[in-house]
Ligand binder design. Sequence first.
Ligand code: UDP
Length: 364
Amino acid sequence: MRFVTVIGNRPQFVKAAAVSRILREHHEELLVNTGQHYDDELSTIFVTELGIPRPEHELRLGTGTNTAQTARMLTALEPILAAERPDALLVYGDTNSTLAGALAAAQAGIPIAHVEAGMRSFDRCMPEELNRVLTDHMSQLLLCSSDTAVENLVREHAVGERVMVGDVMVDVAHMFQPRALGDDAPLRDAGVEPGGYVLVTAHRAGNVDDPVRLRALVDLLLALPMPAVLPLHPRTGARLDAAGLLDTLQAADHIRLTPPLGYLAFTALLVRARAMLTDSGGVQKEAYLAGVPCVTLRDTTEWVETVDSGWNVLVDLDRDAALAALDRTMPSARPELYGDGHAADRVVAALDRLGTGSSAPHAG
Ligand code: UDP
């Protein structure tokens, strides 16, 4: 079969790293990078570090409002799908690239497979939530990371075939986290010792676009009782700068600002952090897999199992709650919540069946 896979940002490069190699052993795949977020340099690091095939189509569409960005992607994807005539389209996660890829394919009558289907925060103010719901309801193949995701799709009567495959990010974490434990350079560069710092990421629109919430985020970071390494997402950097808060963070001794990091450097910092503070979806999972306590700077999460198991606490931007969460006692058990690290094999097996028209028994 011939697949077009649409990716566009950091976590989608990570997910493609798990799937593309195996998919290409059986099928033809063309990768389209919308260039939703990042400059060439960072995309290149991800491609080389993670062994992702170089995208056949680089659209370099850049940022903009969600609506404008999605519209530009649709316009760019339509002729590519018409020219490449794939048997199916593969998308990951919940970004504007996910939605645009799915909508362009649906309108061209091309079947869609969605990896990370069924995730829900139940917060329709998040652009990601809209992208997830809409993509799921256009997809023929719903590839789920968790039982919760399967249940969400059953409840919503999504018509596609549901398959519980596990989480493809686990495959990548299993490959790279052990190696990252021996990589001291990123800790040295940040001036931190193993177990003696927190790692922080924040870039959700709901946290950084509103100046009042951005100020609350900065106050929380300033109150942290230990060194905090903060690789700055471009969106966050721009908002901090516009609000005059970048200098405030730069002046704080315990805050170590860095540019966005490649996956290996970031993972090296993650696996030896005392705790992870984040509003990212993928990073909550990666912290769980590394056995690093997570404090999530949101009031909802799609990765509810990490909270139920005691490894993750939702504090929104409440400074005192965050400080208390950093002090909490951690559970001893860490069950295998998101699969065994072989999700990509199951994704490709499900895609094989899409080609033959045979379906697996519905999950859930
Ligand atoms: N990540 C990275 N470098 C960084 C920050 C994050 O490689 O400086 C990786 C991280 O390990 C995870 C992914 O990027 O695999 C998460 O991306 P992001 O937070 O942008 O996306 P989300 O999961 O929130 O959609």
